[in-house]
Design a protein. Structure first.
Length: 688
């Protein structure tokens, strides 16, 4: 008995490694796809085949249980077989295993194999390619898999062909051999032989295939060897399946637990019940005897241990009474000692807790003091930083104010020099009043040549534009102010229309745009980037705002009336008509080709205001844009002689300043807007 037990243990250890490898194979995830087709009810071939439909359904169920994604088709036409094959081919791309199973009629023609759909009508050789499906299409479908590729053909049945006339179609019996690298092809019978349906639910080959599917752990050669042996035995050696194998790896149809794996699971168990279950599940396996021997050894060991345990129990009961008495006494003494120790520990714990609470309180107070000191130092640093920033800001503002004042004084000086330089000579002024083309000596005897009204004979290349008296940056800032005001008026943010000066109204309009556009910080000076943004905004970007007692109606404000009253049209302040009056020339002693447009003149008596033209807004009419003031001031410039003739005769009082010799009059005078200071105020206006 001992020798037999040792032999069983050695055998179990040998099989333990194989069980681990099988378990690893079973736990490895694989993507498996299968195509299963069974054609029974043929339209043009009688009688119908009874088994292919059952074969396809049973094989499909078995493959699904083995983890395959199955594409099942029963009694398919040629179109149906091709569509199902195309779907299977897409799923087989990159699969670990691809299997095709066909049960039904098949034929061999000129060394090639064909599968027959249920709607095939074969009358001659041409109909074979027309109505059948090539087996090579199945080979192409499974070849897309990266793992094992298996083709199973149970299609070598006797096909009754109706032949036209007395000639026969040259169709061979059975199927031809198929070969390919990495391809496994299983035939229901040998090449050029016929397969039999059998008398049961399934054909002989399919019945053997389903039986082998139930056995776990069978590799491909062993699997199809069991199928071939079963078919050969059940057909009385009339039908022998054939296998073409060129796949070097291993593949298992049934990856469930094998007898070896079950033995590995129960070997380390000392429960006889586990061995009984193994023997019941695998009664014919060679490990069943080892399980029986292992179970006998375990049962004898259990009985021996139970006997020894009974004797030991009696001895222990006697010792237990004595020991229990001693333990009771020791327990009482121990309880007294433990009570005393617990009391001491409680007192020590209370003292530690008090000390820890006192230390935590001190730490909290110190932390609060540090936090307060840090906060005080941070506030002090922030206050110092603000003070430094304010001092720096005041210093920059002072420097900017000094620069602005210096620039303003310089501009005024240049303006005075330019104005003094433009003062014409009295004699020349009298001569300029003569008719055009007058020549000869002046009243004082000087020969001044041709009248200034006569256009000199100069080519365009001789015309030199006058040099501006302002720096380029001042002119660029002036242009930026004018265009920004115009855009603010266009989008409705400048309520009173554009002005010639960048003042508080312009800054308020720019702030209104910034609030509407939700931009921060709010600028107080225009920039090229800001002007570009304003040009991108649509008209009426800033909504209209109405005063008390008014309500918006479209782009205008009307009086808020009750429903029963007739609404009256209110003339909005923003839509008052702009009346451009021609600038009245000032009486001067001589014409000045360059006029200051934006300079602030001395107050003059205001003329009697004329009645304003009546303006009534039409209903639902878009708000008219108010023309900026600086555009209204851009009046056409007339020739100095014409301006002189249009002036009143009384001359202004003479200016007691020294003037340089008179300069020749320019051919064309261009009027410009005023240059502005950095704060938006007008410095001076001059034509250039």
């Amino acid at each position: 008995m001992a020798a037999r037990a040792v032999l069983l243990v050695a055998l179990a250890l040998f099989l333990k490694g194989e069980g681990v490898q099988a378990a690893e194979r079973a736990s490895t995830p694989e993507r498996r796809v299968a195509l299963v087709i069974g054609n029974s009810n043929y339209v043009n071939f009688r009688p119908s085949l009874p088994n292919p439909r059952n074969d396809a359904e049973d094989v499909s169920a078995a493959l699904k249980e083995a983890g395959f994604e199955v594409f099942l088709g029963v009694d398919l036409t040629k179109r149906g077989m091709e569509d199902l094959l195309y779907g299977f081919a897409r799923a087989a791309i990159g699969a670990d295993a691809a299997v095709t199973y066909y049960a039904g009629h098949g034929l061999q023609y000129q060394g090639r194999n064909y599968l027959v759909p249920v709607d095939a009508k074969i009358e001659d050789e041409i109909d074979i390619n027309r109505y059948t499906v090539k087996v090579n299409d199945l080979v192409d479908g499974v070849s897309l898999a990266k793992g094992v590729r298996i083709i199973i053909l149970d299609a070598c049945r006797n096909l009754p062909l109706d032949v036209r006339g007395n000639s026969s179609i040259a169709v061979d019996s059975g199927l031809a051999r198929i070969s390919g690298r990495g391809l496994v092809v299983a035939y229901a019978t040998q090449a050029n032989a016929l397969a039999y349906d059998g008398t049961g639910r399934n054909s002989l080959f399919t019945a053997a295939f389903l039986q082998a599917m139930k056995e776990p752990g069978l590799d491909l050669p062993q699997f199809f060897q069991d199928v071939s042996t079963t078919v050969d035995r059940n057909s009385d050696r009339r039908q022998t399946p054939e296998l073409s194998l060129s796949y070097p790896g291993k593949f298992f149809f049934n990856r469930s637990e094998t007898a070896t794996q079950a033995w590995e699971r129960v070997y380390d168990s000392n429960a006889p019940k586990a061995y009984k279950e193994f023997i019941q599940k695998y009664p014919k396996h060679y490990l069943a005897d080892a399980a029986r021997g292992r179970m006998i050894v375990i049962e004898e060991e259990i009985r021996r241990k139970e006997s020894e345990a009974e004797r030991e129990l009696q001895r222990l009961q006697a010792d237990l009474l004595l020991r229990r008495k001693q333990e009771d006494e020791a327990r009482l003494r121990k309880q007294e000692d433990e009570a005393r120790l617990r009391k001491q520990e409680d007192e020590a714990r209370l003292r530690r807790q008090e000390d820890e609470a006192r230390l935590r309180k001190q730490e909290d107070e110190a932390r609060l003091q540090r936090q307060e000191e840090d906060a005080r130092l941070r506030r002090q640093r922030e206050a110092d930083a603000r003070m430094v920033a304010e001092e720096e800001k005041r210093r920059r503002e002072f420097e900017e104010e000094v620069d602005r004042r210096v620039a303003a004084m310089e501009l005024k000086r240049r303006e005075a020099e330019a104005r003094q330089a433009r003062k014409p000579d009295p004699v020349e002024r009298q001569y300029a009043m003569l008719p055009p083309g007058t020549t000869g000596p002046a009243p004082d005897g000087r020969d001044l040549g041709t009248s200034r009204t006569t256009t000199p004979d100069k080519t365009p290349s001789d015309k030199v534009p006058p040099e501006s008296a302002f720096p380029p940056d001042v002119l660029e800032r002036d242009r930026l102010h004018r265009e920004t005001e115009a855009e603010l008026g266009r989008i409705g943010c400048l309520r009173e229309g554009a002005d010639t000066e960048w003042n508080d109204t312009s800054i308020a309009a720019l702030s209104r745009y910034a609030r509407q556009a939700k931009s921060s910080p709010i600028p107080d000076e225009p920039t090229p980037e800001l002007l570009d943004l304003l040009r991108r905004q649509p008209a009426h970007f800033c909504p209209i705002e109405c005063g008390a007692g008014q309500r918006p109606s479209g782009d205008t404000c009307i009086a808020a009336t009750r429903p029963e009253q007739q609404p009256k049209a209110v003339e909005p302040a923003e839509q008052k008509a702009v009346v451009h009056k021609p600038a009245k020339p000032k009486p001067e002693s001589a014409p000045e080709p360059r006029q200051a447009i934006h300079s602030k003149p001395k107050p003059e008596p205001k003329p009697k205001p004329k009645p304003k033209p009546e303006f009534k807004p039409e209903p639902k009419q878009a708000r008219e844009r108010i023309e900026p003031r600086h555009q209204a001031l851009r009046t056409p410039t007339r020739h100095p002689v014409e301006a002189e003739r249009a002036r009143p005769r009384p001359a202004p009082p003479p200016v007691a300043v020294s003037r340089p010799p008179p300069a020749p009059a320019p051919a064309q005078v261009t009027t410009s807007t005023a240059a502005r200071s950095p704060r938006g105020g007008a410095v001076m206006g001059i034509g250039f």
